[in-house]
Design a protein around this ligand. Structure first.
Ligand code: ASP
Length: 721
């Protein structure tokens, strides 16, 4: 049921371009291919044994119809009754939310013995791609004749939203969303079917689902059972509906067939999924920005936050449970960023990019026509990035502060509420409409339940102190004023302890009074004056960001154009959360001098690691099954044991977690969940030497489901009993 529409002229243009340049790739080394590109691939030569139409069929049904986007990850339907297979770490937040210290599903696992026992995965929705359509002309026509750069980027965002809204159904069962494929150049409207009732069906205990914890995260060799089953439900008429016991399991157009025999080293595999973000089409300055600002700042700040959360929660099971998801997310990003920083040291990607840009400049200069059109392009990009570098510290600081400070979010909600409610109801932001009061109160409840005052106190002091070290173009003005330009550092503790922490806003009742009370004057209250200053500087920064974004929208489009002419080839759009295909082989690698890693781990490795204790603890039953050699049909002769994790050279990134790994026949043989440490720089440049993704072998999933958990009904539903 996939439909792709593209104007005839665009089609002729693209087709002739492809023909002229002869750039249809046969065996590309990298690539997260959008569906519009896969017909250009020679997958049969690469090892595929089925027809492309069985993967993606615009006129009928294909494997892509079994794919879902769930909880920021990917999942796939594995039964006709809406059963979804995804990662344990993707369902982690739902398991965390559903757990109490008495009924701790996160620690002990969860198995619904019948559909009635399945529990709502709070806050989770699913999206299924229904169709896509090139809308570049519509989007770009909106900025014709507009020179103001900040305006341009705003207009593009508004236009994208407008097109998306117009394509959404009234009941929101189908929503439209426009994605930017190439900045300032290509825009595609995706229509998604939305499912709002998602439930937990089966998750292994944390000691299996997250075996190896943060020590093993982003690491090969790996031995994690990172999988969970969920189920999608809809209203009896098939429309999207919030949780209700009257809802019925969703009947997907397609579900994946499991091959319980798994794969072997060297086998062809392909992956469908929703990779989040890559940055390969960006200029060298973007990598400098990452290397010098974003990666070190975020990694260090998150590391500090994790330490505090662990320290505050220590010995308090309730707090430990409350912080679990937060800590996991911070740790995941922190380690990824550390991997990237190390990778940028070990592999000269930035220098290579610079070198490439020098050569590009020579190519441009060699042709008068190109020179007059693109002669200044690289220079102009440099100017924009210099502006970005000037305010990078402040910009990143605000991003972190706005995301994590509950004080800031409570106070900003008051500011916004006051401003919005001065407008007529229909002109207000959705959340501030009187008719949506319920949603506003829910949001506030959420903030209060996230709040931990001790963490907040430490966080504010840390953020304010850090900001004193920023360069002059990145100073946070309110903090400079508070500390007399850094001369009086103790003013920070004084302000945080006496003015912020003693404020009535932390009492929910007082907060709501303040929010809804008319005629409150904030000008005399130091707390509000301070946060108002922060807010206004943040707005200036957002405005700057819009300007640089607007400039880059134009320049990036030109960069891609001229690179196309230079390299005589087409480029694959960076990952942007839309459905992609990638393929490769089960393959080992050499991460360091004198080290070679083979690509399959086994249950024996789980047992070996278990003697290290701590994050490698395993349930007693797992050890017993191993001792009894209860491997059933999941035993592999080739590796003399039950395969646990597999390694392959496909091209994946964050968001690909939970993606089905399929064999040459399109059968499910594993579940993608991570990358090797060296592969974290994949997001900047793919390379067969270090780009390796990690998945759970289907045999381990089935062995745990069947032998460890005795979930025979589930095995029957999967068609493997
Ligand atoms: N672990 C990642 C995720 O959560 C997958 C990856 O980045 O390779 O999506």
């Amino acid at each position: 049921m996939f439909k792709f529409r593209i104007s005839f002229t665009a089609f002729v243009l693209i087709a002739s371009l492809l023909f002229l340049t002869g750039m249809i790739p046969t065996a590309p080394a990298e690539g997260m291919y959008p569906l519009s590109e896969i017909h250009k691939l020679n997958l049969k030569d690469a090892g595929l044994k089925i027809n492309l139409t069985e993967i993606y069929n615009p006129e009928g049904v294909g494997l892509v119809d079994a794919l879902v986007k769930v909880g920021g990850c990917t999942g796939s339907f594995v039964s006709g009754d809406g059963l979804i297979l995804t990662n344990h770490h993707c369902a982690f937040r739902a398991l965390n939310k559903a757990s109490t210290t008495e009924n701790n599903y996160l620690e002990n696992g969860f198995l619904a013995k019948s559909k009635e026992e399945e529990i709502p995965a709070e806050g989770y929705t699913c999206r299924i791609t229904e169709s896509y359509e090139d809308v570049s002309d519509q989007v770009l026509s909106a900025i014709e004749g507009i020179d103001n750069l900040a305006e341009r980027s705003k207009i593009i965002s508004e236009k994208m939203e407008e097109i998306g809204k117009a394509a959404s159904s009234e009941d929101k069962s189908i929503i439209g969303q426009v994605s930017e494929m190439f900045k300032g150049k290509t825009y595609v409207l995706f229509k998604y079917r939305v499912i709002k009732d998602v439930r937990l069906v089966f998750a292994p205990p944390r000691t299996i689902g997250e075996f190896g914890g943060e020590t093993d995260n982003w690491i090969w060799p790996r031995h994690s059972g990172d999988f969970t089953f969920m189920r999608a439900y809809v209203a009896p008429d098939g429309s999207a509906a919030e949780y209700s016991k009257d809802n019925v399991p969703y009947k997907p157009k397609k579900y994946l067939k499991i091959n319980p025999n798994g794969v072997n080293e060297g086998d062809f595999v392909f992956i469908l999924g929703y990779p989040g973000r890559t940055y390969r089409n960006r200029p060298s300055q973007f990598l400098e920005y990452q290397n010098n600002y974003q990666l070190p700042y975020i990694a260090a700040t998150f590391e500090w936050m994790i330490e505090q959360l662990e320290n505050i929660g220590k010995g308090n099971p309730e707090l430990e449970l409350k912080f679990a998801t937060q800590i996991k997310r911070l740790a995941n990003t922190m380690k990824n960023y550390k991997g990237k920083l190390l990778g940028l040291k070990r592999i000269p990607i930035i220098q290579q990019k610079k070198q490439e840009e020098n050569e590009l400049q020579k190519f441009i200069d060699s042709n008068p026509e190109l020179k007059s059109k693109y002669g200044r392009l690289l220079y102009d990009i440099d100017i924009v990035y210099n502006k970005i570098f000037q305010i990078a510290q402040a910009d990143l600081w605000f991003r972190v502060f706005n995301r994590f400070s509950i004080t800031r979010n409570l106070i900003n909600t008051i500011f916004e509420f006051k401003k919005e409610t001065e407008k007529p109801e229909d002109e207000r932001k959705e959340i501030f409409k009187d008719s949506n009061r319920k949603d506003l109160l829910k949001k506030i409840d959420g903030m209060f339940s996230e709040l931990n005052k001790e963490f907040e106190r430490r966080f504010l002091a840390k953020m304010f102190t850090d900001a004193l070290n920023f360069k002059s173009t990145s100073k946070i003005k309110a903090i400079e004023e508070l500390t007399d330009n850094g001369k009086n550092i103790s003013a920070i503790t004084e302000f945080v302890d006496s003015t912020v922490m003693k404020s009535e806003i932390f009492n929910k009742e007082s907060y709501l009074n303040l929010l809804f009370k008319e005629d409150v004057s904030f000008e005399t209250q130091p707390l509000f004056v301070f946060f108002e200053k922060l807010k206004s500087q943040n707005e200036q920064i957002i405005n700057e960001r819009d300007k640089t974004n607007g400039a880059l929208t134009k320049l990036s489009a030109e960069l891609i154009e001229v690179k196309r002419l230079w390299k005589n080839k087409d480029f694959i759009p960076d990952a942007n959360g839309t459905l992609r295909l990638t393929y490769g082989r089960i393959k080992g690698y050499s991460p360091a001098d004198a080290v070679y890693y083979s690509p399959v781990t086994s249950l024996k490795g789980v047992i070996e690691k278990s003697y290290l204790g701590k994050e490698y603890q395993i349930p007693q039953k797992l050890r017993e099954l191993f001792d009894l050699k209860e491997f059933g049909k999941f035993y592999s002769k080739k590796i003399n044991g039950v395969p646990v994790n597999i390694l392959y050279n496909t091209d994946t990134t964050g968001g690909n977690s939970g993606s089905p790994i399929m064999n040459a026949y399109g059968e499910l043989i594993g579940l993608n969940f991570d990358r090797a440490f060296e592969a974290t720089i994949n997001d900047f440049a793919w390379n067969d030497a270090y780009s390796r993704s990690i998945g759970v072998d289907i045999r381990y999933i089935l062995w745990i489901t069947h032998k460890f958990s005795g979930a025979t009904d589930l095995m029957k539903e999967l068609g493997v009993m």
